[in-house]
Design a binder for this molecule. Sequence first.
Ligand code: NAD
Ligand code: LMR
Length: 327
Amino acid sequence: MKAPVRVAVTGAAGQIGYALLFRIAAGDMLGPDQPVILHLLEITPALPALQGVVMELNDCAFPTLAGVVATDDVNVAFKDVDYALLVGARPRGPGMERKDLLEANGAIFGPQGKALNDHAKRDVRVLVVGNPANTNALIAQQNAPDLDPKCFTAMVRLDHNRALSQLAEKTGAHTTDIKKVTIWGNHSSTQYPDLHQTSVKGKPALEQIDQAWYESDFIPTVQQRGAAIIKARGASSAASAASAAIDHMRDWALGTAEGDWVSMGIPSDGSYGIEPGVIFGYPVTVKDGKYAIVQGLEINAFSQARIDATNKELREERAGVEHLFAK
Ligand code: NAD
Ligand code: LMR
């Protein structure tokens, strides 16, 4: 067994928290040889419920669970953490767009960014799940001037996995037969699920589906999947979101598979014409714990128009929250 690492999870008594903590504690995120000490943050009224979750975590007797810290103090929650999954935020209800949550949730991520800045390990890996995830990640990043901006990422992996699942169903393949799907941009209805580089069983995906299905069925289904789940379940996705968070962090820590890539919301660096200043969904590979944007992909006019639309939305969201950035 390796030395334990510290993993913070905010909103730990919520729906996603309940689906996430047991898998992290069981070793699904960092491997069966990596013990974890969980740092669980909740708001004060949720502490009794959180205590119940801690009791259950202990009752699992996981070999990889090396300790649990449960707190309502953000400075305690982020002390010396190696990983931070920022989940705690209000979910949207029927009829809302994720950006409608900016007002309610934006205020959470400034103080959390500052606490990470002051207390976390210098190479902390931060994943923002709470919506609107990309812009919340930007707020946290902009309140953490002493950390590398690349420490802050947002989750588009659920969209990536949804795209795999839709395409697998359509082509009669398994999700593991599909390589090189990209989610560009925002975790919102402007996101662009791109199949131009995708293969299914080694052959181009776009040769195995028709353009009408791609444009009028696949893209809107992936874009609107979160809303469809809210409609069906009466609550936003939880187990699939938790699973995507595990995938995102596992690949960031342990690396991506040869010959494939994953989608991560990461700080834009000018690649593909996205000026710095937003957290943008990109195709990335990870090696030795560092992510890198896949370069040199050909972007046709169809794709460019959609990348521009999601970039525009992220810039607008950014303009609405700049007052929350540290001076
Ligand atoms: P939930 O309401 O069940 O749980 C949220 C928890 O966060 C609650 O227990 C609440 O007490 C806690 N919380 C609120 N403010 C907090 C704070 N300042 N510090 C610590 N904890 C705090 O919601 P959920 O279903 O678990 O969803 C959580 C968030 O994840 C929502 O914003 C939702 O929209 C988002 N989400 C994102 C994705 C994605 O793909 N990025 C997918 C699903 C859900
Ligand atoms: C999702 O994509 O399921 C989440 O972001 C929840 C939502 O509001 O859609």
